[in-house]
Design a protein around this ligand. Structure first.
Ligand code: SF4
Length: 383
């Protein structure tokens, strides 16, 4: 299956590291303060924020001069004081199954990956929150890449905006309203542990959820954590999105290997935090992600133990056939094992969908993301 790879630069954003403050990614309060600091009269500031917000996040306009409901001199003031920048798309790969993987460059020349997965009834954008990762989950390609830095709120929101650019999803003034969204869901399941970059992720999701802009509902956003227990409740109270947990094992002995943060907050501690997750209900269940690794965590006993562990938690279990990557120390469980596992979970009353690997031909499947930043850093050190 040959993948179509596009090497050209898809958008011509201003250099991210432009010295001017970037309004992208600012919360409304931060933008209001910035506009006032740049000379906007205080009593006009709220209105100006609303106008700029709509241009940037509803119409997808990133040229101040095109914001025609603003006076010319005010547009000039904005252009003299601010920038509207999103990460630069370096490459876009399109898989034979329609999955798109973007390699995007951020400040400092670092790169992260963003994946768009179109399905019949939805379009999911998988976004990153760190360059590399704080953690080293042994089944995850990103886990082999040391943490370089957290993404800013602008770089997180910017991933959604550049994907909308590429998919042509910004509405056109005067054109009839398009009901079906191409990006109907966002998952924070890309590179990095989002709860180790809480504030930037929170602010970025507030921008994405804001009703006057991109307006994606909170239940259309799922944040996946490997188990940073102290930040779990805040996800509900300060972001309000759905929660997924990288669970992947039913004993501490195995989870210590697969998800080393388990040594800090083990299964019992994690489950206790999940049982207390604010707003938990059958309509807002927690998703337990479970990668199927041959001979590691895929026995019937594992399945029965998982059912016991979930008792009392409104949950669903996403079974992920392992997606191999160069040098990976594991193999995918057999189809029969995965289905037998799924049946046990399902018969116990939990939804247990088996995730269809997408974009494997372009290394876009779960756990396969890794940017070249590490290799570059290594080669830079050698030279
Ligand atoms: S699974 Fe998530 S938390 Fe674990 S190494 Fe990969 S990106 Fe980091």
């Amino acid at each position: 299956m040959s993948a179509a790879i596009t090497q050209d630069v898809l958008t011509v954003p201003r250099k991210l590291s432009d010295s001017l403050p970037n309004l992208v990614g600012m919360t409304r309060a931060q933008m209001r303060a910035a506009l006032i600091a740049a000379g906007t009269p205080e009593k006009q500031a709220k209105m100006r924020v609303g106008q700029v917000w709509q241009w940037v996040y509803h119409w997808g306009v990133r040229d101040f001069d095109a914001m025609t409901n603003l006076a010319k001199d005010y547009r000039a003031l904005l252009a003299a004081n601010f920038t509207l920048a999103v990460p630069q798309v370096v490459t876009r790969q399109i898989s034979a199954d329609g999955t798109r993987k973007y390699l995007v460059r951020i400040d400092g020349g670092h790169e992260v990956e963003v994946v768009y997965i179109p399905e019949e009834d939805r379009g999911t954008l998988c976004i990153s929150s760190q360059v590399g990762c704080t953690l080293t989950c042994s089944f995850c390609h990103t886990g082999t890449q040391k943490l370089v830095r957290n993404l800013t709120a602008a770089e997180i929101v910017g991933q959604v905006m550049l994907a909308r650019d590429d998919l042509g999803e910004w509405p056109t003034p005067g054109a009839p309203r398009v009901e079906t969204r191409l990006i109907s869901n966002i998952v924070l399941m890309g590179m990095g542990e989002p709860l180790y970059n809480f504030e930037n992720v929170r602010d970025a999701m507030h921008v994405v959820m804001d009703n006057e802009g991109i307006a994606l509902g909170r239940r259309r956003i799922t944040l996946s954590t490997s188990g940073v227990v102290p930040e779990i409740a805040r996800t509900a109270t300060e972001i309000g999105c759905l929660l997924a947990v990288s669970f992947h094992a039913t004993t501490d002995e195995v989870r210590d290997q697969l998800v080393p943060i388990n040594k800090k907050w083990n299964i019992e501690t994690l489950l206790a935090a999940l049982r207390d997750y604010p707003g938990l209900s059958n309509s807002e269940r927690i998703t337990f992600e479970y990668v199927m690794l041959q001979g590691v965590n895929d026995t019937k006993e594992d399945a029965y133990r998982l059912v016991e562990l979930l008792r009392g938690i409104p949950a669903k279990v996403n079974l992920i056939p392992f997606n191999e990557w160069p040098g990976a120390p594991y193999k995918r469980s057999s189809g029969n094992r995965i289905h037998a596992f799924a049946d046990i979970i399902y018969n116990a009353g939990y939804a247990s969908p088996i995730r269809t690997p997408r974009g494997e031909d372009i290394m876009a499947a779960c756990g396969q993301l890794k940017s070249a930043t590490e290799k570059q850093r290594k080669s830079a050190r050698v030279n």
